[in-house]
Design a protein around this ligand. Structure first.
Ligand code: CAO
Length: 253
């Protein structure tokens, strides 16, 4: 496939200074390294991005109740998303897979390692929270904290950035209503999460209520996953984010 790209014209070089003063700023190290992989993944993987939103009103209430009761063990939305994602992956295992080198088979992973995009001063890195099915919400919370502190100080070891099955890229409370995340190959899907907002929603019998809605953007490798699979997968993820089994885990955390 690469030979087709060898024939593309180079990006234009340009004398920007002819229009006014300019200055040079070096890109941070992680940005330089990550940029090469992002370019490769964006060019070589046929991406499709599926946008949706999920009602997390009840989940957020339970999270806040927990945080008020145990402020020293504060939980953000991310560990809860990870737990719901693991439950969804168990039902839709192709989202936790990689294409083999022949491109004719997928390797299904029977472990649940979730990558999380971490914003650092040196650029974006992906840390991997391992064995999320056997970890409690508190354990996952602590591991996210550990990985993000280390990524922003000493940097992560290769082992801490490897072995993921699918990645969650949460822009958290930074804003946005959706974005198109680039798949972290050799994974086949990535979920982008934007800022949750209170919105007026209507039930099937047209009753209005204000709900806390979380925007989701699922990019998937169209060689492996079809649009119908993506729709079913996100519908299940929405169910899992509202499942009693998830709420029960918050109180047991
Ligand atoms: N909507 C609204 N609020 C949200 C939210 C969402 N989708 N996600 C998180 N929040 C809230 C958290 O609950 C927390 O609020 P409280 O203090 O009231 O609980 C606050 O935002 C800050 O959360 P956080 O960002 O510190 O923690 P996190 O666990 O959500 O995320 C980490 C951790 C490491 C993923 C995050 O710090 C980070 O680096 N995010 C950026 C990732 C990124 O750059 N992605 C884009 C990649 S493409 O270039």
């Amino acid at each position: 496939m690469n030979e087709h790209f060898a024939e593309l014209p180079p990006l234009p070089s340009f004398d920007y200074a002819q229009y006014g003063e300019v200055s040079l700023k070096a890109l941070p190290a992680n940005q330089l390294i990550g940029g090469k992989f992002l370019s490769r993944n964006a060019l070589l993987i046929p991406h499709v991005c599926h946008h949706d939103s999920v009602d997390i009103s009840t989940l957020d209430e339970k999270r806040k109740e927990w945080n008020n009761a145990f402020p020293e063990q504060k939980v953000t939305m991310l560990p809860l998303l990870i737990k719901a994602l693991v439950a969804t992956l168990k039902l839709y295992p192709v989202f936790n897979s990689s294409l083999d080198e022949s491109g004719k088979n997928v390797i299904l992973k029977h472990y649940y390692n979730i990558g999380i995009a971490i914003d650092t001063e040196k650029g974006l890195v992906v840390g991997v929270v391992k064995q999320c099915d056997s970890k409690s919400i508190s354990d996952i919370s602590e591991e996210i904290s550990r990985l993000s502190i280390k990524a922003r100080s000493r940097g992560l070891a290769m082992e801490e950035m490897s072995g993921g099955g699918i990645t969650l890229s949460s822009l958290g409370d930074l804003g946005g209503t959706g974005f198109t995340p680039i798949i972290n190959a050799p994974e086949v899907a990535i979920i982008g999460v934007s800022r949750a907002e209170y919105k007026q929603c209507f039930s099937a019998d047209k009753q209005a209520s204000i709900r806390y809605m979380l925007p989701l953007s699922l990019s998937y490798d169209h060689r492996v996953i079809n649009g119908a699979d993506a729709g079913r997968f996100l519908a299940e993820f929405q169910r899992q984010l509202n499942a009693e089994s998830l709420f029960a885990q918050i109180t047991k955390s």
